[in-house]
Design a protein around this ligand. Sequence first.
Ligand code: AMP
Length: 198
Amino acid sequence: MPRICVFCGSSMGYRDEYKTAARELGLFLSDNGIGLVYGGANVGLMKVIADTMLSKGAEVIGVMPHHLVNREVAHAKLTEMIIVDTMAERKEQMVTLSDGFIALPGGFGTLDELSEILTFNQLRISDKPLGILNISGYFDHLLRFFDHAVEEGYVREEHRSNLIVSENISDLVQFMHQYKPLTMGKWIEDILDESNHL
Ligand code: AMP
């Protein structure tokens, strides 16, 4: 069964649209026979999507470091809870278990996970599609920053455009299906070339 790892807020956020999007994404994934991998918590949007999918009988796997489990935010009713030692190990597991990644609105934790996948794909440590569900323009500022980073020469255009963005769930998942991993050679060669000509 294919699985998507969803990164999203451990908070609900202030707008109903965010909660609705988490619920609708959960329904879409379960209706399409796709399982969920996520942070394993029982709070915020994380709880919304996990509960929605569990109620539809879908597979829901949580990956949580034990120090968070001890703080009683762990979801008790998942198909499986994988407990790891560190945050780094958790992300490794999330990558191994999933066929792609979707970010919903969230805070620093969501940004951290999103950035890690962008970097992994850039370095070809992984080559799985990453989509942002840009509900109510939540990610607009971040996407503008990414464009700025391209304009200023710190992110390559092909790495920027490798990030899939849509405000519509079925479009996003369809774009993810069509995803083509990048080839790396040129990027490393260019960076070496640039540094050798100082
Ligand atoms: P944030 O966006 O800062 O709310 O963090 C949410 C993201 O970080 C999720 O995708 C989780 O994987 C992880 N995370 C942050 N806080 C928790 C928590 N209390 N329990 C489990 N995972 C968390």
